[in-house]
Design a protein around this ligand. Sequence first.
Ligand code: HAM
Length: 417
Amino acid sequence: MEYKAPRGTRDILPIDTPKWQWVEEKFRKVCKLYDFYEIRTPTFEHTELFTRNLGDLTDVVSKEMYTFETRGDRSLTLRPEGTAPAMRAYCEHNLGDAKPVVKMYYIARLFRYERPQAGRYREHTQLGIEAVGAEDPAMEAEIISLASEFFKSIGIVDYTLKLNSIGCPKCRPGYRQALLDYVGGRVGELCESCAARYEQNPLRMLDCKNPGCKAVLAGAPKLTDYLCEDCKEHFEKVKKYLDALGIAYVLDPNLVRGFDYYTKTAFEFVSGALGAQNAIGGGGRYDNMVEEIGGKHVPSIGFGLGLDRLMLTLESMGIDVPGDTGLDVFVVAMGDKAREYSVKLLRDLRAAGISADGDYTGRSMKAQMKLAGKYNARYALIIGDNEIDAGEAAVKDMAASEQTNVKFEDLVSFLGK
Ligand code: HAM
């Protein structure tokens, strides 16, 4: 076979999609309970939306975006994340006019040109939420609670919530300087990326996995010791509300997120069931993004959960995700008259909410019965010339292996039970 899915992408096959849909439905359900509504934004946006709002020096903007020129010479980019597009839509449609806090969720496919490995793909799906206009630290507690209810609903209870505050443009420069002073003459011991980060984006050195960098940064000053009064008070309240909800968290002073838009609270959910790519989700506050896009100060917060990694977590934890529920009826038709009747019968069964299928390959009766088993049908409905003349079908309960004759006019009510 000449064609394969491009590197870093995958097909989710029909046998597996019901499992993905089950998880998506659980997410939709908990979003509804918390009053979040779905937003669907385009798969691509103007490139500047991302370059201006995610940060020029972030990995995503500097090396991972799928950017292309259109015929009209506009530069467009396949969305690498969902927050900036949601905020663009919020501003474009003045969503804030209708409600003081606009709560949105999305299930979106995102594109990043990363080096593929287990749990890291070039196209991935995020279950994301954004609460736009909420300055109150109670919103941190609310969305983290939403995530934990969602995890519980799909059977994931074994994960860690890491929490930090990365301050705001007022207090971060002071910390940045303290970090630069701390690393000082040891820049030579850093990996190549961190040496560049030292110059351009020093906070990102904090989450480098390289042992040499870890050693240099082991005793580095903590961001939380440099917070301004406002950020400090906000963070205290976030912790207090999480405590009140009984939600456990681990303070991680080295937790910095991959985009420049974050302010104050940053958090991540990590699972021990995954390998190196152990973040099943992450998010935080981004109080200044709407202002950058649309002019008004609209403090906001959100998160994105990696659906692909959630599916891997469920699998590696051996959690049984409900798959396909099977087919209600497989119609086994023999002979022209029965064939003709089956066309109408299939439509009537489906119209009555009974899932139904039949044979389209001209197989023998025995082979069709085999297909009924293969299709995981609850009933095989057998019709041939004799049945047509008698106005009834032989209905076989596949599990019990019992067969009954049922009048055509009673079929829907019999099978509907
Ligand atoms: P992020 O941390 O870049 O945040 O991504 C969120 C989650 O998406 C990650 O924790 C991970 O589970 C999953 N993910 C990211 N990249 C990949 C990949 N290449 N393959 C598989 N899964 C991946 C954001 O994107 C923010 N927009 C989240 C957010 C929403 N913050 C505020 N609101």
